[in-house]
Design a protein around this ligand. Structure first.
Ligand code: DLL
Length: 443
């Protein structure tokens, strides 16, 4: 499927044909696959059989891609309710891999792969790396966690299939990461953006200048990170920071990726069919309108997902991308509909706080939001680390910084919140996904 070509620099480039299919051909392929997956889910998974029966629909009713709207949604609670194996469409002897995700609350969910699913997964990760400008010959340090989390093994198989050298270091042990990066001439790093911030900061403390190493790209995902965060990372370390997207329920990483144009993330639509819905009404929204991303797996054997509600808020961008890929793009995912918290009647997303903080000079991109309730009233405090230069400044200087931050937050949130300036290195660093909000309100 993927061809290797040698470009004018004598370097390998991966050209993956499905990325460039003419749109009518892509739609035909999607419809064929959609009909097959609906048939598979309806005939093999009792959960889907019952849902389809309740709605009085059968696989034959899917005659066009628009007919997908007749199908029911699947939600995270459905995976929890059928825990562990209730949504499998393959017998256990055909399942070669299980992953699990605990999420932030409650019971874990389990996801399954057949041998063919693992190969599809590797192929979409090859396409992800290729879109991010990596190729055979790259030395990829994979600091996504190995284990039940899909990030580690997903990126690993893809990096090998790309023909790159993969260093399966997993997350954590930051000093060792830095030593390996230096000693092995690493050219690309895979991890969460928040872990990269931590690693870059530690490198500085150890006197290692990342911009002088061969490291040229970061393949970052698994959590939201703003454009301002990207600017900070790129100017601070001289690498190119690319955004990749995915979720366990659909496959893991490899659902979508930025290309070098970085005008949104291409969805690997020949395997994952995207829709945007109004999260309140469930109605499909026209292209270009913001809403919740819903994904249907078109080829997954072990665990097909029909119209899975991701809770990720984005929009579909349909203008052709200058890179030539015909795959539609989604806007970068800044927030989840269920990340939102409400303070004194105002809806707030952590990403808004990040944007406001990064506008003000003098702080580091390490912050945490704490919610409390005092005498029945919700309070929000944002702790943010101050740069070492500012921290040694006068008390007056710090007070002025605090006031600037309060104003910037008020401007973005429409609410005055408390700001706590803390010393560099005091907030807990993440090795995987960052935990931005601590909710201590007793409900
Ligand atoms: O985080 C898979 C992954 C691993 C993606 C490595 C990218 C890189 P889950 O643990 O199931 O899977 O979490 C999925 O993480 O619904 C989003 O809310 C969030 N997420 C993932 N990638 C991004 C991103 C993996 N690039 C959930 N931007 C998703 C914003 C992201 N949020």
């Amino acid at each position: 499927m993927a061809k290797r070509k040698v470009d004018h620099n004598g370097e390998f480039q991966i050209v993956s044909a499905p990325d460039y299919l003419p749109v009518p051909q892509l739609r035909t392929l999607q419809l064929q696959r959609l009909r097959r997956i609906v048939e598979r889910a309806g005939s093999r998974v009792p959960f889907y059989r019952e849902r389809f029966k309740e709605l009085g629909i059968a696989a034959e009713d899917v005659q066009s891609l628009e007919d997908i709207q007749k199908l029911p949604f699947t939600q995270k609670t459905d995976l929890r309710d059928t825990y562990p194996f209730g949504l499998f469409a393959s017998p256990m002897k055909e399942v070669v891999r299980l992953h699990a995700s605990s999420g932030t609350t409650g019971k874990p969910i389990v996801v399954a792969y057949t041998d063919r699913d693992v190969r599809v997964w590797s192929s979409v990760m090859v396409r992800t790396f290729a879109a991010c400008g990596l190729h055979a010959g790259d030395i990829i340090q994979n600091a996504y966690g190995y284990g039940l989390f899909t990030g580690g093994l997903g990126a690993h198989y893809g990096a090998e299939a790309l023909g790159a050298t993969v260093i399966p270091i997993s997350g954590g042990n930051t000093d060792r990461q830095i030593a390996v990066m230096k000693d092995f001439g690493v050219t690309a790093l895979c991890c969460t953006p928040s872990y990269f911030l931590h690693l870059a900061e530690r490198a500085k403390a150890l006197g290692v200048d990342l911009s002088e190493l061969p490291l040229r790209a970061g393949i970052f995902g698994a959590e939201p990170w703003s454009d301002s965060m990207r600017e900070h990372i790129e100017s601070d370390t001289g690498i190119r920071a690319q955004d990749i997207y995915g979720l366990s329920e659909i496959i893991g990483p490899g659902v979508g990726s930025e290309c070098l144009e970085r005008g949104g993330l291409h969805i690997f639509e020949d395997h994952f069919y995207p829709e945007i819905i109004d999260p309140e009404t469930g109605r499909v929204l026209p292209e270009g309108e913001e809403g919740e991303l819903v994904l249907t797996t078109l080829s997954k054997e072990a665990m097909p997902m029909i119209r899975y509600r991701t809770r990720d808020v984005t929009m579909l961008l349909t203008e052709p991308c200058p890179c030539g890929r015909t795959l539609r793009r989604i806007k970068r995912v800044g927030r989840r509909s269920d990340d939102m918290f409400i303070i004194r009647g105002v809806n707030i997303f952590p990403s808004q706080v990040e944007t406001a903080l990064l506008q003000v000079e003098g702080t580091l991109p390490h912050y945490q939001i704490e919610l409390t309730r005092r005498e029945g009233l919700d309070q929000m405090a944002v702790s943010v680390e101050v740069t070492p230069e500012f921290f040694s400044d006068t008390v007056k200087g710090l007070e002025q910084l605090e006031q600037r931050l309060i104003k910037a937050l008020e401007h973005v949130l429409g609410l005055r919140v408390e700001v706590k300036l803390v010393e560099p290195q005091t907030l807990k660093r993440s090795e995987g996904k960052a935990r931005r909000v601590i909710d201590n309100r007793e409900l």
